[in-house]
Structure formats: structure tokens, C-alpha cells
Design a protein around this ligand. Structure first.
Ligand code: KIV
Ligand code: ZN
Length: 521
């Protein structure tokens, strides 16, 4: 394989993915995800949109300082102020990139009311400005797949001449299909002078479920950078899923003879972590990372699998970091067994973290005969999400529920280190418990999403609960796991409130809602 066969992986989980309503991550979570992406071998991390908020700026700056091998990129609209702010954030990176864009389709040109010539001039000026700051500049004609072909060729040529080193072709609304996606890249390579001196990227949204196919078709036609997110996170139906394109090129290397720098065994760990911190659970039948992606339930399949696993599997679970089904742990399992199992699952915990997890594992094993891999994953994720030093902590909860309402809850909630006691009734046990929290810690946050999932089978299964709250435009998610669904629900609610408290301190009402318009200044 030559350099020509390398497909650059550009991850935009922290920018386009985080734009998904409710997927907002805390500063620390963004740093953690960026570190994991760097370790996995992602070539370029789009860490945020620095002008969009103080939070984005701080995250992009810090990620830039910490990055080991990945290039760190920030997004900027086509104006000097955005580009300067972006450069201020990414310039700390060993390898920085500025990504500037403007909507070039007729629909997008109409909003800033620029005619074709005025827009061409704007592109020339802004790409030149970016290139004067940074020698790695990416330019995107937003909504490229709905832009007139002649105009697309014209503006791409202008951006190349102004110094862009990567030209990204976004399918902003997930409108294209594979043959067309390939045709556009081929056309640009054939018609635009200088096209052979830069890298073409593909950036697909999944509105019609074709993002992966469209990205791979673009690569076949000559694109050498794929923009994607973990779990396909992103606005509306999401972006191209990193795990899908990377595994497709690995599994079908016979017809897609390309290579990436991704350590695919890190995929599962990242997928779980992104699901937890974004509050966007992975659908069970999601390709590669879904809970059922390697599960073979039907008797016919199980029989075939036992004889030869290749009968029903195109890749091995280990290739994406899923360990084979191994024996569950129980209450007699010791610390060493727990450490080994967690390592197998991709969690390399420090000694003090392991001690905390061990205490919780023992408590869980007392309640549950067998502790499965998924139980441990839920437990560790909960430990990482719900810090013991939070402002609000659930100390005690008793609930009376049954066919005769109203249901009652009695709670002790620790607020800033001090215990507070209350009783409340509600329309169901969860409502009663949430009412207690609301009475002890009054707030205006509205519950937007409340989701419960059983981690494993059986009536003693742990439940993982995620909630999403909205207050004055600030959206936060919280999650928790417990064998008691009401406890998990209450802890998830409290977790979201703790995040809201932090968010309130960092932003004025409405400020962290990314209201910056893609067309504004
Ligand atoms: O989908 C899109 O067009 C984008 C651009 C900002 C590159 O995300
Ligand atoms: Zn996008």
C-alpha cells in the first residue's frame, strides 16, 4: 500500500456530533473523548467551533495543548473574526488546522444575500486570511451536493488557489446517493486546476441512511479524507459513523483497498463512552457497536456459529474491542479478577478508582448472583459519571408504590455537604422521587427525555437510566445505573442537575445554546 491508499480519518464527534440537541458534553468529557480519539489513531480531531461559545473556545484550546499525535482542527465561518478566534484556539496544537466554510448552494447563497461573484470574492479573502495564519487550511462549500456543478468547480478552484490544503465536500442535508457522491468527486478531480495538489474530503449526513455508502463511494472516486463521528452522532439523523467506514474498509479490503491509522480494537470502548457522556444510547441493532451486532440468538445461527463462526460473522468481535463471551463474575471474585476483567473491557483504572468500583461491585454481586460484562460496563460508566464530590447527592430513598396511589417517596438529599429530609407524593414512584428532589432543590428545569434500559436479562438486571433536562436554553443529560430502577432514575436526575449547576456557573441563560447561525457574522 502507498500513501495514495491512506484514508485520513477526521472525527467531528466534538463539533458536528456535539451539535446534536442534548448531546452537549462537559469540558472534562470533551478532553477525555479527545484523548481517546488521539489514542485510537484518529488523524484529525475537529474539537469544536471556537467562536460559538466560551466553552467551545476553552475546549478547543485545551485539546490543542494536550493532543499527542492528532491534528486539532476548529471550525470557522467565512469571516475574519471567526477565523482569528479559531486560530487563537488551535494554534497551541503541535499540528493545527483551520476549517472555514460557507454555504454555496442557491438556498444558502440567498441567506447572506451574496451573488455568485460576491461569494467567490469572500471565499478568496477568507481562505487567504486563514492560510496566512496556518499552513493547514480546510475549506468547505456547505451544501456542496446541492450546489450547481459549474459554480462548485469555480469556488473549489478559488479556495485551492487561495491556499486551502483540504477541500471538504459536505452533503449537509444527507441528500446525495453513492453514485452521485462519487461523480462529484470525480468531476472535481477532472475539472478543477490544482485538484491533484490537495486532499478531497467527504462529509456526509445520514438523513436518507446513506452516509456510510456515500462516504465510501467518494473514497473510491478519489477522496482521501472521511469526516465522521463515533456512533454516527450528529444533528438530525447524524453523521457518517466512524466505526462503519473504518470497519468496511478493513473487512472489504479486497474491493476497498485503503488503509486508515485507526486501532479498531479501541472502537467499542469509545462508543460506550460517547454514548454515556452524550446521553445518546446506541440502538441495539446499530452496525458494529450495537448490543446485538455480534449476538446470535436464533438456533440456526448458533448452530452455524459453533461449527464455523465465519458462517454468520464477517468480522471478529475482538477486532472492534469486544472480548468473547467470558464467565461472569460473582460475589467471591476478588480485586485481581475484577481488574483483569475491566482491563479486558477496555477500562484501565487507577488504584483509587478500582477501589471505589470494587466496593460497588461487591454490593452489586450481593444483590445479583452473576455480574456480567455489561453490568460492569454500566457500573464503571456510572462511577465515571457520578462523582462522589457532587453538589447534590442521593443519600437515602424509600418509595411506597403499588396499585393504590398516590405513590410516596421519602428522601435524604445531601446538598453541598448538608443532609435534607423530605416526603412527597407523586403520580407513580419516579414522579414522587423527582418531586422530593424538586422540593429540596427548587429549579425550573424541564424534563425532556427519560429513558430506561435493562442492562442484562432477568428481573435482577441493572437498569440504566438517562434523562435530559432543559432550563433557559441550557440542555444537560444525566445517567445512572442500579438494580433498583427508581434509584437509578433519581440518581440520573440528580446527575443532570449537578451538570446544570456547573453549566449555570459557566454560562448566562441561553448562552451555551449554539445560537450562532451558520450564515451569521
Ligand atoms: O454538514 C455540514 O455542511 C457541516 C459544515 C459546517 C462542514 O458540518
Ligand atoms: Zn455536518
Amino acid at each position: 500500500m502507498t500513501q495514495q491508499d491512506k484514508v485520513v480519518i477526521f472525527d467531528t464527534t466534538l463539533r458536528d456530533g456535539e451539535q446534536s440537541p442534548g448531546a452537549t458534553m462537559t469540558h472534562e468529557e470533551k478532553l477525555e473523548i479527545a484523548g481517546l480519539l488521539d489514542d485510537m489513531g484518529v488523524d484529525i480531531i475537529e474539537a469544536g467551533f471556537p467562536i460559538a461559545s466560551e466553552g467551545d473556545f476553552a475546549a478547543v484550546s485545551e485539546i490543542s495543548k494536550r493532543a499527542k499525535t492528532s491534528t486539532i482542527c476548529g471550525l470557522a465561518r467565512a469571516n475574519f473574526k471567526d477565523i482569528d478566534r479559531c486560530w487563537e484556539a488551535v494554534r497551541h496544537a503541535k499540528s493545527p488546522r483551520i476549517h472555514t466554510f460557507i454555504g454555496t448552494s442557491p438556498l444558502h447563497r440567498a441567506i447572506p444575500n451574496l451573488d455568485m461573484d460576491q461569494m467567490a470574492e469572500r471565499i478568496h479573502e477568507t481562505v487567504t486570511h486563514a492560510r496566512n495564519l496556518c499552513d493547514n487550511v480546510q475549506w468547505s462549500p456547505m451544501d456542496a451536493t446541492r450546489t450547481e456543478h459549474d459554480y462548485l468547480c469555480r469556488v473549489v478552484e478559488i479556495a485551492i488557489k487561495a491556499g486551502a490544503t483540504t477541500i471538504n465536500i459536505p452533503d449537509t442535508v444527507g441528500y446525495t446517493y453513492p453514485m452521485e457522491s462519487a461523480k462529484i468527486i470525480r468531476m472535481l478531480l477532472e475539472r478543477v486546476p490544482g485538484a491533484d495538489s490537495i486532499i478531497f474530503a467527504t462529509h456526509c449526513h445520514n438523513d436518507l441512511g446513506m452516509a456510510t455508502a456515500n462516504s465510501l463511494a467518494a473514497v473510491e472516486a478519489g477522496a482521501r479524507q472521511i469526516e465522521c463521528t463515533i456512533n454516527g452522532l450528529g444533528e438530525r439523523a447524524g453523521n457518517t459513523a466512524l466505526e462503519e467506514v473504518v470497519m468496511a474498509m478493513k473487512v472489504r479490503n479486497d474491493i476497498l483497498p485503503f488503509r486508515t491509522g485507526i486501532d479498531t480494537t479501541k472502537i467499542m470502548g469509545l462508543s460506550r463512552r460517547v454514548a454515556t457522556v452524550s446521553g445518546f444510547a446506541v440502538q441495539f441493532n446499530k452496525a458494529i457497536v450495537g448490543k446485538n451486532a455480534f449476538a446470535h440468538e436464533s438456533g440456526i445461527h448458533q448452530d452455524g456459529m459453533l461449527k464455523n463462526r465465519e458462517t454468520f460473522e464477517v468480522m471478529r468481535p475482538e477486532d472492534v474491542g469486544l472480548t468473547g463471551t467470558s464467565l461472569p463474575l460473582g460475589k467471591h471474585s476478588g480485586r485481581a479478577a475484577l481488574r483483569a476483567k475491566l482491563k479486558e473491557l477496555g477500562f484501565d483504572l487507577a488504584d483509587n478508582q478500582l477501589n471505589d468500583v470494587f466496593v460497588r461491585f461487591k454490593a452489586l454481586a450481593d444483590r445479583k448472583k452473576e455480574v456480567y460484562d455489561d453490568d460492569l460496563i454500566a457500573l464503571v460508566s456510572d462511577e465515571q459519571t457520578n462523582d462522589a464530590h457532587e453538589f447534590l447527592q442521593l443519600k437515602k430513598l424509600r418509595v411506597i408504590c403499588g396499585t393504590e396511589g398516590p405513590q410516596e417517596a421519602e428522601m435524604v438529599l445531601t446538598i453541598d455537604g448538608k443532609d435534607h429530609h423530605i416526603d412527597a407524593t407523586g403520580d407513580g414512584p419516579v414522579d414522587a422521587a423527582f418531586m422530593c428532589v424538586k422540593m429540596l432543590f427548587p429549579h425550573k428545569a424541564r424534563l425532556q427525555v427519560y429513558q430506561v434500559h435493562a442492562v442484562t436479562e432477568g428481573t435482577d438486571a441493572q437498569a440504566t437510566v438517562s434523562v435530559r433536562l432543559e432550563e433557559d436554553g441550557r440542555i444537560v443529560t444525566g445517567s445512572s445505573a442500579d438494580t433498583d430502577t427508581i434509584v437509578a432514575s433519581t440518581k440520573a436526575y440528580i446527575n443532570a442537575l449537578n451538570r446544570l449547576i456547573i453549566r449555570r456557573q459557566k454560562t448566562a441563560p441561553g448562552e451555551d445554546v449554539k445560537t450562532v447561525s451558520y450564515h451569521g457574522e
